[in-house]
Design a protein around this ligand. Sequence first.
Ligand SMILES: Nc1ncnc2c1ncn2[C@@H]1O[C@H](COP(=O)(O)OP(=O)(O)O)[C@@H](O)[C@H]1O
Ligand SMILES: CC(C)(COP(=O)(O)O)[C@@H](O)C(=O)NCCC(=O)O
Length: 234
Amino acid sequence: MSDRFDTLLLDLGNTRLHWQWGEQVGAMDADATATADLPAGTPGAIAWSAVGDAESLRPLQQRYADVPWLRCERPDARLLPTRYDPERLGIDRWLGALAGARLSADCIVISAGTALTLDIVHDGEHLGGWIMPGYRLWQSALYGGTRIPRAPDAPLTDRPGLSTGDAIGNGWLVAATGAVQVAAQQLPGRPPLLLAGGDAELLATAVPEAIHQPNLVLQGLSIWAGRQQDRGAL
Ligand SMILES: Nc1ncnc2c1ncn2[C@@H]1O[C@H](COP(=O)(O)OP(=O)(O)O)[C@@H](O)[C@H]1O
Ligand SMILES: CC(C)(COP(=O)(O)O)[C@@H](O)C(=O)NCCC(=O)O
């Protein structure tokens, strides 16, 4: 049986692979795992999660072939029940909500990653949420689906845009900010807004009260892995 610090945690998103090993954390392009710059040595076990197929993990599966791999595939209601269709809920969303629920029984988990997701946790239960395009997807949907000529990116603000770059960028920011407001209104009082994802800092400018929790999904995976260790599965 491996101990908690001996377990390598891997979360494969749509853009990046996020990892944690003991106190060390990092991220890499999901297509660059063959040259993964992970700490030297061999973990005792690997606990992992992935949205969609796990093809990108193949080089690491070969590198750590002698280590037990255990996948967190679907929500475990004993750790965090969900009202969402559990067969459909992105495992990264559930893990983020699980970690959020440990920080505060009521909270909104916002992940500004490839997609922008907002999830409501109330009284230790996941109540559901929203999925929107992340910043890069928002741009590529507009540039790819219209004849708008590609324009330079501009710093994001909530001001009306005065050029294509800032109209598109600010459009994403006000859409995201509005979604955060609607999400927060679902809960009584002022629930903590926990903000994660590669574009968290872009959104943080418009939601200054948000608490930046860059490793929320890995924290959830660590909680899940602890549970597996307790029951002797890892
Ligand atoms: N170094 C980086 N590499 C890739 N994307 C980054 C980086 N820094 C910020 N981003 C932004 O983060 C988004 C991906 O978010 P992230 O939460 O890391 O990925 P995933 O959706 O794979 O979990 C990208 O769309 C991009 O806009
Ligand atoms: C919504 C997501 C694409 C977000 O992925 P990410 O941006 O973290 O890479 C992912 O959680 C997912 O594939 N979810 C499945 C659909 C659902 O949650 O209903």
